[in-house]
Design a protein around this ligand. Structure first.
Ligand code: SF4
Length: 254
């Protein structure tokens, strides 16, 4: 994608959502770190439900260690891979206490050395907790990077590096959230809503969903449910009119 188109893409996402935020609930860098570790292959909503019960009981490395792995499992058992995640959370608490004075290190290598923390989690923490212009590639960003042609690839780490390189400086801090939220609410995995996508005319995805007026009104559609069979994208471009269509603001946590 040309540099001018990349800048325009971010300009539109920024205009549609000037102050994007993580949908994970947290009130400290430590709570954020644990929530991100728990969120691997899980939804933010599911993680928020679990941490809403856990954090009032234990929200520091010391308190989680005192709680212990067995009891922690009980709090997070609704989240996928909870047994491994419980073990990692206890391990990272121990390491934070032993090596970092119970503080979250503002350092990529130190973050990635924590149990259960890879490049993606470290990037989220560096971005959200420390304001660094990192772009963590999750399933949504992976999809958008490939569909739009922003940063095509198969390796999330390489995509992350590409995105950080090509994203214009004014947009780097929030690019991570703009792309995630766009993927979560508009460029959905099964049925991208190209007909109301603000970047449709810039996007190179060949199988865009049709313009809104071409989609028959059905009871399901009126209730906001996915169209039957809409997972099979139809051919047909989306012109500038659709690109200018208003974007529905993402739901915010309460
Ligand atoms: S036009 Fe469609 S495929 Fe492209 S970014 Fe928008 S929703 Fe995704």
């Amino acid at each position: 994608m040309k540099a001018a188109d990349i800048a325009e893409l971010y300009r539109r996402l920024a205009a549609a959502n000037p102050d994007p935020r993580s949908e994970l609930q947290y009130s400290s860098p430590f709570e954020l770190l644990v929530a991100v570790v728990l969120s691997a292959q899980a939804t933010d909503v599911g993680v928020n439900k679990a941490t809403a019960l856990l954090y009032p009981v234990a929200n520091t490395p010391q308190q989680l260690l005192a709680l212990g792995e067995d009891k922690l499992r009980g709090y997070i058992k609704t989240i996928g891979l909870y047994q491994t995640k419980a073990k990692n959370v206890i391990g990272l608490c121990r390491q934070l206490l032993e090596r970092h004075g119970a503080q979250i290190p503002h350092d990529r290598a130190a973050l990635e050395a924590l149990p259960g923390v890879g490049r993606k989690t470290a990037n989220v923490v560096l971005n959200v907790a420390f304001g660094e212009p990192t772009i963590a590639v999750d399933t949504h960003i992976f999809r958008i990077a490939n569909r739009t042609g922003l940063a095509p690839g198969t390796n999330p780490d390489r995509i992350s590096e590409k995105l950080e390189k090509i994203t214009p400086e004014p947009y780097r801090l929030h690019a991570h959230h703009w792309l995630i939220l766009h993927g979560r609410y508009v460029c959905k995995a099964r049925t991208p809503e190209c007909w109301r996508c603000v970047i449709a005319d810039l996007c190179r995805y060949k199988h865009k969903t049709p313009a809104a007026e071409a989609v028959p009104e059905t009871p399901d559609r009126l209730r906001g449910r996915p169209l039957e069979g809409a997972g099979k994208p139809k051919r047909g471009g989306v012109g500038k009119r659709s690109a200018a269509a208003p974007i529905k603001p993402p739901r915010r946590p309460h």
